[in-house]
Ligand binder design. Sequence first.
Ligand code: HEC
Length: 488
Amino acid sequence: MKAGSATYHPFWPLALIAFILLVGTSVLPGCELLGEESTTVEEPTGPIRYAEHIQPLLDRKCVACHAGAEAPAGLDLTSWDNLIQGSNFSEALIPFQPEKSVMIRLMTSYDREPHPKGKSRLTDSEVERLRSWIADGARGPAGSVPFADSPDRLYIAHASAPAITIVESNAAVIIARLDLTDYGFTQRARAQHMAAEPDGSFWYASISSTRWNETEVVAKFNRDNELVAMIPVRAPGQLLVHPTRDELYVSAAPSIDEDRIFHRTPGDRTSVIRLRRSDLFFDSIDVTYREAYPLALRPQGDAVFSSSMEVDQMLIIEPSSKDVTVRDVKGTKHLMRHLSISDDGRWMWGSGYWSNTATLFDISDPLNPVQRQSLFMGFDPRQIAWGPDDDQVYIAVRGSQSVQVISTDLGYIDYEIRHPAMQEPVGMALSPNDSTLFVTAENALAAWRGKHQFPEDPAPGLILVIDRESRQVTKVLETSPGAAAIGQ
Ligand code: HEC
C-alpha cells in the first residue's frame, strides 16, 4: 500500500517546532492557554491496541451519539464488532486503507468542517492514532483484521479505473479497494473478472489493458490480497473455477466494450485458455471462433458453456476430454455476453448483447441444448443470477436502469427493481445465504452523486445492496468509478 501523499520537508518543520517549544516554555510556563490538553490521553508509544487505545477514544468522543439501534446513520461505535459492521450507508473504515476510510475522510476532507464538530472534535494526534490503527489493519481486541476469516467475498471489476473492490457479503461492507498500480500495473490496466477458490484461499483476476500493446495477464492473489503469481494471457475475459478439477477457464474479452473500441484491434484469439490453478500451467482449447466471452459451468461439472460475441453459436467444452461441441443459436441475432445456469443444472439463461433479450436453454442434455424462449429486456442485459430453489432469475439491464426479475414458473418478467442509484447496472450476484442481491452500477454519467460527496473524488461506482425478500435497496456502497462485473 502506498504511504500517505504528504511531502516532508526535513528542515523547516523541525526548526518551527523547536521555536514553538522555546517560546512555549519560556513565555507560557503553565500552558493553561492550551485548554484542550486535559481531554487527551497520553499517546501510545508502542503498537496501537484496540481495547487500550481505540475504544476509549471512541467512548470519549463518539458514543455520546453513536450508540445503539438509533445511532446516527446507523453507526454504532460501542464495540469493534459493531464498528466493523459500518453504517446504514457504507463501511466506516477499510482495513489498511485509512485514506479510503469514510471515518478518517470525514475528519480530514479539505472542504468541510471535520466530523465530529465542537467539543468532541478530535485533536490531530487522535486522528493520527485512528489513522495508524487502520493502516495496521483496524485489528480488534483479539488482534484480527475485520472479516479476515470470512470466505463470503465478492470481487468487483471496474470499467473505468485500475481497481478491484472486495465486499464481505454477510455484512455487505467493502473490505478492500485495491489499486492495480500498487501491484505494478499501469493506469490503463482494467480488471475484467474475478473468480475465487471454493475455500477462499486464493482468487484470480483477468487483467487487460485499454492499450492494445500492454501486457495482459491472469493474476493469482492470496486471501490477504498479495499477488502471488501471474501468467500472460492475451485479452483475458471471464473466469471460471471448476469446483472439483484443478482448472481455471479464461475466456476471450470482446472488443466491443465502450472504452476499448477506440484503443484496440478486435480480439482475435480463437481459444479458451485453461490454466491449472495450482501452478498456472497453460493449456489452450481451440474453439474456432473469436470472442468466446461468456462462461458458465453445469454444477455437475461435466460441461463448460460459452458462446461468441461475434457469431451466434453455443459452445460446449467437456472438461474430462477437452472435446468441443458447437451448436447454432437460432432466431434473431443474439450474441451472448453472459450465461448463467440453475443450481440443478437443467436450465441456462443467456443475455443477448445484440438482441437485448434473455434467452432460455434447456441443458439437461448438455451437448444438445434446446432453445426454449426469449424475453425482450429493453436494453443491454448483463450479469445474471439465479434465486434460491431456481424460482427466480435476476438480470441487471444496463440501458433500462433496472434489475429485471424473471419468474421461472411463469416464464415471464414478474417485476423489476428500480432505485435512483441504479445508474447503468451491470454486475449481479446473490449472497451465499441467498438473502441479499448485490448489483453494481457504473454510474457512467455521474447521475448519482453519492452520499458523502468528497470533492476530491471522481463520480463513484456503486454497489447496491438489495434485500431479496422485500426487494428494497438497503445500502448504496460507494467505490471506484465504473463498478462492473461481480465475481465470486
Ligand atoms: C454530536 C453527535 C456526534 C458525535 C459526537 C459523533 N458523530 Fe458521527 N455522526 C453524527 C451524525 C448526526 C451523523 C450522520 C450525518 C449524516 O447522515 O449526514 C454522523 C455520521 C458519521 C459517520 C458517517 C456514517 C455514514 O456512512 O454516513 C461516521 C463514519 C461517523 N459519524 C464517525 C464518527 C466518529 C468516529 C466519531 C467520534 C470520533 C463521531 N462520529 C462522533 C453525529 C455524531
